[in-house]
Design a protein around this ligand. Structure first.
Ligand SMILES: *Cc1c(COP(=O)(O)O)cnc(C)c1O
Length: 377
C-alpha cells in the first residue's frame, strides 16, 4: 500500500529530543530548542518575531485574539479551507464572511474581496492553499485602504515565497502548522509570526496564559501576574527539538518534495494536454514548497471512480474540505458573500496524490502508472 502521507523524519530528531530531556533537563516550553527554532524562523524568513505554538490552529487562535474583535465584527476568508481557519475567529465572536476561490490556485479570489467588505469588516484571512501564495499585493493593498488586519493562514506554506517574500511574513500575522501532515513536523505544533512589532509584547502575554512572564524573565517587572486575555500556547521543548532537526534539513526536505512534485507533473502533463485532467497552476512570482500534488477530474463521479481505481492498485489518494459555508457549523457561524461559482464545483473534482518527504521514486511511478491506466484504459 502506498500511504497518502508519511510524516517527515530525517534521522537526527531523537538525538535532539534526548538532549532536551537528559542533558538540558528542560522539557516544558521556551527552552533552548524552542529558542533555536524561533531564531531559525526569524533568520530564514526575516520574521520580526516567531513563536512556537501547540498547533497551527493555536497560532490562528492567538492571531484572532490579537485582532481584538468585537462580537459581530466580520472576517473575510475562503470557504475552501480547513475548519481551523474559521474556528479561530468564530471563537472570538466574529462573523465569518466566505468569499469564492479562484479555480486556478484554489486560493481566495482577491478580486471579490472588496465587494464583501462592510463597516464591520476587520480582518482578511488569505489561505495559501497547497503552499501556493494568494495574490498578496492586491490583498495587502485592499487591507491598507480599508484599515484591515491580514492574518495569513500559511499552515501549508512554510518555505514558499511570493515575489521573493516568505509566506507568513507578509500579513500582520502569519500562522504555520507543524502537524505530521505538513512539510516540517513536530507531531502536533505550529508557530505564529508577528510581523508588526507593535503586537509582539501582547503576543507573548497571550501565549503565556495572559501573564507578563516574558517581561519578568527579561527583568522588566519584579513579579509576573495576569494582565490580559490568554491561553496555554507554548510548545514543549521536546517537540521543538524534533522540529529543529527538520529545520536544519529544510532545503533537503524541500528539494526532495519538489522532485516528487515535478515527477508527477512531467508524467501527467500529457493527460492534461489531452484535456483529460487539470493540473495545478503556480502563478508567476510564486515559488511553492510542494506541499501537495493534486489534479482535477472532470467531475465528482469521475473523482470517486479514480480514487477507488487507485485504491485497487494499492494507492491511497484523498480529497478534502467540505466547503465551510455548506458545513453544519459554517451555516450557523458564517455567510457566503456573492455566488459560489468555484468553491463547491472545483473542490468536488480535486484529488490529492500521495506526497511526502523521501517518497521512493518507484512508488511515485506506481501512482503515475495507476492514474494513467485509469485515463487510458
Ligand atoms: C493544517 C492546517 C491548519 C491547522 O493546523 P494544525 O497544526 O493541524 O492545527 C490550518 N489551516 C490550514 C489551511 C491547514 O492546512
Amino acid at each position: 500500500m502506498i500511504d497518502f502521507n508519511v510524516p517527515p523524519y530525517v534521522g537526527t530528531e531523537m538525538e535532539y529530543v534526548r538532549e532536551a530531556a537528559a542533558v538540558n533537563h528542560k522539557i516544558c516550553g521556551d527552552g533552548p530548542f524552542s529558542a533555536r527554532c524561533h531564531q531559525w524562523m526569524e533568520q530564514r524568513f526575516g520574521a520580526r518575531k516567531a513563536l512556537l505554538t501547540t498547533s497551527g490552529t493555536a497560532a490562528l487562535e492567538m492571531a484572532a485574539i490579537l485582532c481584538d474583535l468585537q462580537p459581530g465584527d466580520e472576517v473575510i476568508l475562503p470557504s475552501f479551507t480547513f475548519s481551523s481557519t474559521a474556528t479561530a475567529f468564530q471563537m472570538v465572536g466574529a462573523t465569518l464572511v466566505f468569499v469564492d476561490i479562484r479555480p486556478d490556485t484554489m486560493n481566495i479570489d482577491e478580486t471579490l474581496i472588496e465587494a464583501a467588505i462592510t463597516s464591520r469588516t476587520r480582518v482578511i484571512v488569505p489561505v495559501h492553499y497547497a503552499g501556493v501564495a494568494c495574490e498578496m499585493d492586491t490583498i495587502m493593498d485592499i487591507a491598507a485602504r480599508h484599515d484591515l488586519l491580514v492574518v495569513e493562514d500559511a499552515a501549508q506554506g512554510v518555505m514558499s515565497t511570493y515575489k521573493g517574500r516568505p509566506l507568513g511574513t507578509i500579513g500582520t500575522f502569519g500562522c504555520y502548522s507543524f502537524h505530521e501532515t505538513k512539510n516540517y513536523s513536530m507531531g502536533e505544533g505550529g508557530a505564529i509570526l508577528v510581523n508588526d512589532p507593535a503586537y509582539i509584547e501582547r503576543a507573548e502575554i497571550i501565549r503565556e496564559k495572559g501573564t507578563n512572564r516574558q517581561r519578568f524573565f527579561r527583568g522588566q517587572v519584579d513579579k509576573y501576574t495576569w494582565v490580559d486575555r490568554g491561553g496555554s500556547y507554548l510548545q514543549s521543548d521536546m517537540n521543538a527539538a524534533y522540529l529543529l532537526a527538520q529545520f536544519e534539513q529544510a532545503d533537503a526536505i524541500n528539494d526532495d518534495r519538489l522532485r516528487t512534485w515535478h515527477a508527477y507533473w512531467d508524467a501527467l502533463l500529457p493527460l492534461a494536454e489531452r484535456g483529460l485532467i487539470e493540473l495545478p497552476t503556480v502563478p508567476e512570482g510564486c515559488v511553492h514548497n510542494a506541499h501537495m500534488f493534486y489534479l482535477k477530474c472532470k467531475d465528482l463521479d469521475e473523482r470517486t471512480a479514480l480514487i477507488s481505481h487507485l485504491k485497487q492498485r494499492g494507492v491511497l489518494a484523498v480529497f478534502h474540505y467540505v466547503p465551510l459555508h455548506s458545513s453544519p457549523a459554517g451555516e450557523v457561524f458564517g455567510r457566503f458573500h456573492g455566488e459560489d461559482v468555484y468553491t463547491t464545483r472545483e473542490g468536488d473534482r480535486l484529488v490529492r496524490l500521495p506526497m511526502y518527504y523521501d517518497m521512493r521514486p518507484e512508488d511515485t511511478q506506481t501512482v503515475i502508472d495507476a492514474v494513467k491506466e485509469f485515463y487510458q484504459g
